[in-house]
Design a protein around this ligand. Structure first.
Ligand code: 5AD
Ligand code: SF4
Length: 440
């Protein structure tokens, strides 16, 4: 019998990293590592990192400093860094951080058991080579966890869009679509385990299959997934406005299982900024897309991402972003101050906006969106919604779930309902969630 050791796995960043972390935990289980929530007890600490903004990257270094003390106390503890910072920095991390044992890139998860076994023998290694597409197809993360009624299923990895601010194409590599047969098989297995909702995951899911010979396109994939017995709800993220087809819009009117929510990042509201960002659509095209979605699916909830303070963004440009928020009336927006990232095209643009001004723009945007979000949440009051109950709330005595439009609802009800689809009357729309009561 292999002696069981403890793994403390810390995940930063997006859902893609969360899904990679599940794979990491699975691979390390095979060589005797069991997860722990207490870093001080761990035999192995792994940081699965994000580098999409500088702040996310700094967090990783702060954690590594913290683990230096731990390693001094318990020199046998092993520390590894994976994910996007690992991909970006590679060997340099080993050179700069003497208490680090190994580094693995975004394409090298499968090498992890070997890296850990070598590290146990005192070897310090970094593996960050991108691998060929055939191998990537065989190495897509598969969801092996046992909990939850709602799961994410990775359908694509990487990105070919090269938005001028974005590091993703450099740290995740070129876009690749997973085999549809593998996706359908994974979802069938999830459904057999009781999963009722799946979210198809990728950096840019709308272009699924377009670059692979003989592969299904995204709309056909969605239709096939929706036919899998047991799957009651279907979502996908993230979409790119430039690849959102008319057929995909129509799906929201035709597929009852497709949830009434789209995450459709605009990033900016001014054509000058959109063009400098290399987004491939205009404000007018974006708004037309939103209009078509709302026409096909009245009440559809739209969320988005916005970057403020992109190099060259004028006050007038920024006001166009504010007016976009008003026109779209987003359910919610994730907003970020522009962060200069290595290798990206925008890193070479001159950036004259002061940090103070960027922060003021972000604050103005947040204030406006908070108001829209609250008004939108209140508009649900009195309506009856189907809710898939996902778990027990942190507020005691309540359970929570999501409406089709992806808003969270807290309900005072029996925890035995977790995993069930229930009908709920919305009694109150709050800033961050809804309150509801079970219908009789
Ligand atoms: N600076 C700020 N925000 C960024 N994002 C991506 N790159 C940057 C950057 N360099 C944001 C975008 C994207 C989200 C995941 O992160 O809004 O949609
Ligand atoms: Fe980054 Fe643009 Fe690709 Fe999204 S679509 S991951 S923002 S390059």
């Amino acid at each position: 019998m292999i002696k069981e050791k403890l793994l403390y796995l810390q995940t930063f960043g997006c859902q893609m990293n969360v899904s990679d972390s599940e794979k990491i935990a699975g691979l390390l289980k095979d060589i005797g590592y069991r997860p722990t929530n207490d870093s001080s007890l761990a035999d192995l600490i792994i940081l699965n990192t994000c580098s999409v903004r500088a702040r996310a990257e700094e967090k990783v270094y702060n954690h590594l400093v913290q683990y230096k003390g731990l390693k001094r106390k318990r020199p046998k503890i092993l520390i590894g860094v994976g994910g996007c910072v690992a991909q970006q920095e590679g060997e340099r991390l080993l050179l700069n951080i003497p208490h680090l044992d190994f580094v693995f890139g975004t394409h090298n998860l499968h090498l992890l058991p070997e890296l850990v076994l070598s590290a146990e023998k005192g070897e310090r290694q970094s593996e960050t080579d991108f691998i060929d597409n055939d191998s990537r197809l065989d190495l897509f993360p598969v969801d092996n966890s046992t909990n939850g009624v709602s799961r994410f299923v990775t359908v694509m990895q990487g990105c070919d869009n090269f938005c001028s601010y974005c590091i993703v194409p450099y740290v995740r590599g070129r876009e690749i679509s997973r085999r549809s047969a593998d996706i359908l098989e994974e979802i069938s297995q999830l459904a057999a385990k009781g999963v009722k909702e799946v979210t198809l995951l990728g950096q840019n899911v709308n272009s699924y299959g377009l670059k692979s010979n003989g592969e299904l396109d995204f709309v056909t994939l969605l239709r096939q997934v929706s036919e899998i017995p047991g799957i009651e709800r279907l979502r996908f993220t993230t979409s790119h406005p430039k690849d959102f087809s008319r057929q995909l819009i129509d799906c929201f009117g035709e597929m009852p299982k497709l949830c009434k929510h789209v995450h459709l990042p605009a990033q900016a509201g001014s054509n000058a900024v959109l063009s400098a960002m290399n987004r491939g659509y205009s404000r007018e095209e974006y708004l037309s897309l939103i209009g078509q979605l709302k026409a096909v699916s009245p009440g559809i909830q739209i969320t988005g991402d916005i970057i403020v303070g992109f190099p060259g963004e004028t006050e007038t440009d920024f006001q166009e972003t504010l007016s976009l928020l008003e026109e779209v009336r987003y359910t919610d927006v994730f907003s970020f101050i522009y962060s200069k990232r290595p290798e990206t095209k925008a890193a070479g643009y001159s950036d004259h906006i002061s940090q103070k001004e960027k922060q003021m723009r972000l604050d103005r945007l947040l204030a406006m969106q908070r108001k829209i979000t609250l008004e939108n949440n209140r508009s649900f009051e009195g309506s009856v919604q189907e809710v898939l109950v996902e778990g027990e709330s942190r507020r005691g005595g309540q359970i929570y779930g999501r409406i089709s439009g992806n808003r969270i609802v807290n309900i005072t009800a029996n925890p035995a309902l977790v995993g069930q689809m229930v009908k709920v009357t919305i009694t109150r729309g709050e800033q961050n969630s809804l309150q509801g009561e079970l219908c009789n």
